[in-house]
Design a protein around this ligand. Structure first.
Ligand code: GN1
Ligand code: MG
Length: 378
């Protein structure tokens, strides 16, 4: 088996590798920091999860087009420190490709951005900056000449996510529905002995909102909602800040593809406006934070307001609800399938995540009117 340092040595990096250590907390790819000796830059090594990103060539092609386009814009705007504001991927030593296939695994290397920080929680001031940054990111990509492929087809299609849940329930591949509650819980949550029942309750709860949460697909069919190039994984920890809290860049570009703007807006709030981690077991700690919502929305509309349609703006509160809902559906689907998609740390992790997301969904839903009033007043 190739060593990590051996993998790195196939890329045209500068300097001598000193160490390769795990980095970050992504749920899909494996990420490492590559430290080099002396003044050479450090690097980020990633194993691309090709069970999920099935077309790595397309994926790296998208990322190449996006980063080159952003770099050009930053240069034209006379920005300084550009290498900290857009990712740079390294080619192989013996080819132009920016990924390596080795023993059926796919790898890539980018330059590590020094003195940059990611956060799992942010205050309103940072949220405002993040809103501006994601709006800017979409604005910069609005005139991208290359046509991007969908790295995961229909990634944020709510109708598809619900049908995947239904399929999972019908198959019940891991026996996490059948056998419960009659045979007792399959797995025991420390605080929830009636677990099997809890899964069924959650399915019922999801079913009650399914049609309403598929509004985006309906609007798209009615010609009311365009697809634009979006980031599609705007978790708060996918944004890099400098030491003073200024935004440097957005990272984790695997899912940059055409989608509804609700994706970026909704997924940021799902993580940043939640008062607890996305897998919080104690649901009493989970609330939708309106101060974060307001700050982020103000920032986002300052940079994206110029290209968004009225229908898009009016439906931002829906997006704030739809994303926790969609994530609950995705986590629950994976739970029922037997945890084949997301990395998990304990047996019921995906169920706990789904429950946290449904709790957040309900609290966001209770704030829809307040959100709409705020947006109308901006
Ligand atoms: C995954 O890779 P990571 O951890 O940033 C997922 C997102 C989910 C997120 C939930 C390709 O993102 O869609 O929102 O987990 N990415 C993919 O934490 O499915
Ligand atoms: Mg990430």
């Amino acid at each position: 088996m190739s060593s990590l340092a051996g993998i790195v040595s196939r890329f045209a990096i500068e300097g001598e590798v000193v160490s390769v250590d795990p980095l970050g907390s992504g749920l899909i790819n494996d990420t490492y920091k590559v430290t080099t000796a002396g003044d050479s830059p450090d690097y980020v090594l990633q194993r691309i999860n090709n069970a999920i990103f099935k077309d790595v060539a397309l994926l790296q092609g998208n990322i190449g087009a996006v980063t080159a386009h952003i770099r050009k814009k930053l240069e034209a705007a006379g920005e300084d420190d550009i290498d900290r504001k857009v990712l740079r991927f390294i080619s192989l030593k013996d080819s132009e490709l920016t990924y390596l296939e080795d023993e059926g695994k796919f790898w890539r290397v980018s330059v590590f951005i020094p003195d940059a920080y990611t956060y799992d929680t942010v205050n309103p001031e940072y949220s405002y900056c993040a809103g501006k940054a994601f709006g800017n990111f979409e604005a910069m990509l609005a005139d991208l000449p290359d046509k991007l492929g969908e790295t995961i087809p229909d990634f944020h299609n709510m109708e598809l996510r619900l049908s995947q849940l239904i399929e999972a329930v019908e198959e019940d591949a891991a026996g996490r529905i059948d056998g419960c509650p009659e045979d007792g819980p399959v797995n025991e949550l420390p605080d929830d002995p009636d677990h099997g029942e809890a899964v069924l309750d959650m399915l019922e709860d999801i079913d009650a909102y399914g049609v309403e949460m598929c509004r985006a697909e309906q609007m798209h069919r009615d010609g009311l909602l365009p697809k634009r190039i979006c980031h599609c994984d705007t978790k708060v920890n996918n944004m890099m800040f400098d030491r003073d809290g200024n935004i440097l860049c957005v990272i984790d570009l695997d899912t940059v593809m055409p989608s509804f703007v609700f994706s970026d807006y909704g997924d940021f709030l799902r993580t940043a406006a939640c008062t607890a981690p996305e897998d919080e077991p104690d649901t009493s700690k989970i609330h939708f934070d309106m101060e974060i919502f307001k700050a982020f929305t103000r920032g986002y509309l300052e940079s994206a307001g110029c290209f968004l349609t009225d229908a898009e703006k009016e439906n931002l509160p829906y997006a704030a609800c739809m994303f926790p809902f969609m994530q609950a559906v995705r986590f629950l689907t994976d739970y029922i399938n037997g945890d084949t998609y997301y990395k998990t740390k304990y047996i019921d992790h995906n169920f706990v995540r789904a429950r946290a997301q449904m709790t957040l969904f309900h609290d966001a839903l209770a704030h829809v009117e307040e959100m709409s009033e705020f947006i109308a007043g901006l």
